[in-house]
Design a protein around this ligand. Structure first.
Ligand code: ADP
Ligand code: MG
Length: 631
């Protein structure tokens, strides 16, 4: 227009626009997140200011974001009823780098070495308003500040070093707020698409406080009055206005059987895209269990599992963040079917309710079945994805989250065990007070997640002592149906016992047949059943629990005797050794190098002879596993 004023972008803005446009970063999607976030910021602002100045809300009470698209014109509009901008604010906010996001971005550039760093950070965090140019040739911003009488338009073309501002020729089409129209680039026209916009807005802005609506088109077939129906059109109209439903129905009945004329009618509707409250930002006391459980479904996007337990906490220190972690009751589907990538954790990273990424490794692999969110204000915008993953901040968050996660599992275990113990009938008490609570909900949960926890005990050395306490095993005392913990095992150890004994095999039935068990049963010494392939592997790496060493009862050199027994045993052994010398000599000769040693043993009770592995060699079970993996 004639009255348009021309302005030059500040030099740094031009430089940045250049980078944004020329980077051609593949993840252009972030523009929508940035524009919605700006709208949401503007809405927050007017809500805050209206507390002392209620007149700011006059004429438009509703605080909302509306998205509209026109696939024929290739335009996309994002409109809000936020605080809006005055003429001067448009110049300073959209034409200079005084603004926060932009400034931080440029600071980031100074620190980044090399072009690649510059480019990739755009994709991760966007550069605020200017990310509009990732998808638009021309951007037009119309804005009406509640304290300005005029609605102004700010516009610029991609690649230009200038922008214009003029009074909106449409007058004040907005009661209050800002409307940003993007004239989409050729290669970005597919953003003017209902499904695309729904998906994107839901992905990034699902938890934005203000409602986000998408204008959608509905085409309906509606019946039109038959010409033969001699009811005059005017009367028809009257009927509609009078809402004389009965009359209309009668008419329809009359028309039955006759061919009906229909026409297509297009209507528009605003469909709300978000609406899930970001409950992690609220205080714990105000959130019911039902809300927590419902929110699990939102974050996990998994219908097949539910929340078993959760931990909602505020981490304060050098790095502040809020987090809500969930323990699923069964392994989430994506995790089971491999749809969740191996190195991807089930946590999403938010900055003030806006999704930054769900691809950060915020949890170690062994805890990747957990679900939840982490939200931090402290994340810098001036680092790229790769750097952020390596950054101290992510490391600090990860460490804290892991600690909280293990704590959550431990709490669940304790509560479930306590509950089960209380539920136990009183008459049982006398029998076996220490018997592990076999009905504990934790056991049920554990049986589905055991391999992950064992993996954790192997991998996560700093947390190993904590993880070991979460493990459970079947044993010669619990049999098929029970479970015991290592803590419980150590507590039940005999006075003369210094080691944790285990026998490894495929299932309870086969390990219970083990000849080695006999001596232990006779002395009432509990033996753990290692039935998972990883168990023995773990034991040989972890070596001990609370300074009791793991010992495979199928290896030689297990001394299972009290001091009194010892003397007798040594004498007995000596006697038999001598007596059977001819036999052992003969057998050694017979088997030759295929056997390491023939020895007299005090470990056998009713079995005459046994083949066992050397203490530091592979056990028979490990050999079985290795053979199974070898082909
Ligand atoms: P940031 O959001 O980090 O401040 P942006 O580049 O995203 O940086 O936005 C620049 C500035 O433009 C904002 O700080 C705000 O003042 C103004 N702005 C952008 N979008 C809107 C909007 N929808 N309503 C009001 N002001 C806006
Ligand atoms: Mg912004």
């Amino acid at each position: 227009p004639d009255d348009a004023e021309n302005f030059k972008f500040e030099a740094e803005v031009s430089r940045m626009l250049d980078i944004v446009v020329n980077s051609l970063y593949q993840n252009k999607d972030v523009f929508l997140r940035e524009l919605i976030s700006n709208a949401s910021d503007a809405l927050d602002k007017v809500r805050f200011l209206s507390i002392s100045k209620p007149e700011l809300l006059q004429g438009e009470e509703k605080l909302q974001v509306q998205i509209e698209f026109d696939s024929e014109a290739s335009t996309l509009t994002i409109r809000d009823t936020g605080i809006g901008m005055t003429h001067d604010e448009m110049i300073s906010n959209l034409g200079t780098v005084a603004r926060s996001g932009t400034t931080r971005f440029l600071q980031g550039l100074k620190g980044a070495d090399g072009e690649s760093g510059q480019v990739s950070q755009i994709g991760q965090f966007g550069v605020g308003f200017y990310s509009a140019f990732l998808v638009a040739d021309r951007v037009q911003v119309a804005s009406k500040h509640p304290e300005s009488d005029t609605q102004y338009v700010w516009t610029t073309t991609n690649g230009s070093s200038e922008f214009q501002i003029f009074a909106d020729p449409r007058g004040t089409s907005l009661v209050r707020g800002t409307e940003i129209t993007l004239f989409l680039k050729e290669d970005a026209i597919d953003y003017a698409n209902e499904t695309r916009l729904q998906t994107l807005a839901k992905h990034y802005s699902e938890f934005v406080t203000h409602p986000i609506y998408l204008r959608t088109e509905q085409t309906m077939e509606v019946e039109i009055e038959d010409d033969e129906d001699d009811a005059p059109a005017a009367e028809d109209e009257e009927k509609k206005e009078g809402e004389d439903d009965l009359e209309v129905e009668e008419e329809e009945e009359e028309a039955e059987g006759k061919p009906k004329k229909t026409k297509e009618v297009t209507t528009f509707e605003f469909e709300q895209l978000n609406g899930n409250p970001a409950i992690w930002t609220r205080s714990k006391e105000d959130i019911s269990d039902e809300e927590y459980k419902a929110f699990y479904k939102v974050v996990s996007r998994d219908e097949s599992s539910s929340a078993e337990h959760w931990s909602h906490f505020n981490a304060e220190g050098n790095i502040n963040f809020k987090s809500l972690l969930y323990l699923p009751d069964t392994p989430p589907e994506a995790w089971m079917t491999g749809m969740q990538e191996m190195d991807k954790s089930g946590l999403s990273l938010y900055v003030r309710k806006v999704l930054i990424s769900d691809e950060f490794e915020l949890l170690p692999r062994y805890l990747a079945f957990l679900r939840g969110v982490v939200d931090s204000d402290d994340l810098p915008l001036n680092v790229n994805r790769e750097t952020l993953q390596e950054s101290k901040i992510i490391k600090v968050i990860k460490k804290k989250v892991v600690r909280k996660a293990l704590e959550m599992i431990r709490n669940f275990m304790k509560e479930a065990d306590k509950e089960a113990a209380e539920a136990k009938p009183a008459e049982d008490d006398e029998d076996d007070e220490d018997a592990p609570a076999t009905t504990s909900k934790y056991n049920e949960w554990y049986s589905k997640f055991a391999p992950s926890l064992k993996m954790g005990a192997l991998d996560d050395e700093p947390n190993r002592p904590k993880i070991m306490k979460l493990l459970r095993f079947k044993s010669s005392k619990t049999g098929e149906d029970g479970w015991t913990s290592l803590e419980q095992y150590v507590e039940n150890m005999k006075d003369f016992q210094k080691e944790i004994y285990f026998v490894a095999g495929q299932d309870v039935e086969s390990v219970e047949k083990s000849q080695f068990l006999e001596t232990f049963s006779q002395k009432d010494v509990e033996v753990l059943y290692f039935l998972d392939p990883i168990d023995e592997y773990m034991a040989s790496n972890v070596r001990e629990f609370e300074s009791a060493k793991f010992k495979n009862i199928a290896t030689e050199n297990i001394k299972l005797e009290t001091e009194d027994d010892k003397d007798l045993a040594t004498r007995r052994e000596k006697f038999y050794k001598k007596k059977f010398k001819p036999l052992t000599k003969y057998l050694k000769k017979l088997y030759g190098p295929s056997i390491m040693r023939i020895a007299i043993s005090s470990r056998l009770v009713s079995t005459p002879a046994i083949a066992s592995s050397a203490e530091y060699g592979h056990s028979a079970n490990m050999e079985r596993i290795m053979r199974a993996q070898a082909y």
